[in-house]
Design a protein around this ligand. Structure first.
Ligand SMILES: CC(C)(COP(=O)(O)OP(=O)(O)OC[C@H]1O[C@@H](n2cnc3c(N)ncnc32)[C@H](O)[C@@H]1OP(=O)(O)O)[C@@H](O)C(=O)NCCC(=O)NCCS
Length: 181
């Protein structure tokens, strides 16, 4: 599971020397404003901390985070956080220059396969700000279903924002599961 290859992309663990490239790719208000736990402006020390935390979380099997590489360049990030034994929460971002090329959709499909084939996921949750039409489209294209709405604190915005909650392939997971945080 060290890396995943798709038609156009490589998804691999973030490494310490990725910090400058991650910082360049994500430090854009139009990206960060839609994410819940990412500070803005985003600094290289934020990336270094993220990489360290990701390494620990991976070792503990609590989160599985990848950088997304297109033609040798880091163009985004994607990951799964474990809610409980077999339920995972999905998150992702793509650098603005590469939006609307189907990159997020391709990466999400790859992560769904990973979740089911290697992590024995019984369900995957996701959420996006109510106004984030691009992300909603990615989730609907990858067969997530809307299951609710809620409020979530955004670090970048410094306030709670209305979000739409999604669930994919619940299989043996009860749809009434609480998605509130
Ligand atoms: C959301 C995000 C990851 C999408 O990445 P992407 O690689 O551009 O996504 P894709 O190209 O796979 O799909 C985007 C879809 O949104 C559509 N889209 C683009 N701009 C849109 C808009 N303003 N309104 C509605 N749909 C729009 C695209 O046409 C595409 O749909 P299509 O394939 O049917 O044409 C990217 O915009 C991003 O990183 N945004 C900031 C961070 C973020 O929102 N992360 C998700 C948090 S929940």
């Amino acid at each position: 599971m060290d890396s995943i290859t798709t038609a156009r992309l490589t998804l691999r663990h973030p490494k310490p020397n990725d910090a400058p490239a991650i910082t360049r790719a994500i430090n854009d208000w139009e990206v960060v404003r839609w994410l819940s736990r990412v500070p803005y402006p985003y600094q290289q020390t934020d990336a270094a901390e993220f990489i360290d935390r990701s390494e620990i979380a991976w070792a503990e099997q609590n989160a599985f985070r990848f950088v997304i590489i297109l033609k040798s360049e880091i163009v985004g990030g994607i990951g799964l956080e474990r809610h409980d034994k077999s339920l995972f929460d999905l998150g992702y971002w793509i650098t603005r220059q590469h939006w609307s090329k189907g990159i997020a959709t391709e990466a999400v499909f790859a992560i769904i396969d990973l979740a089911h084939e290697q992590l024995a996921a019984s369900g995957i949750t996701a959420s996006c700000h109510e106004e984030n039409q691009r992300s909603e489209k990615v989730l609907l294209k990858t067969n997530f279903s809307r299951v609710g709405t809620g409020l979530r604190f955004s670090t970048a915005l410094g306030k709670k924002v209305a979000e739409i909650q999604f669930l994919r392939d619940p299989a043996d997971t009860d749809r009434s599961i609480s998605l509130s945080r």
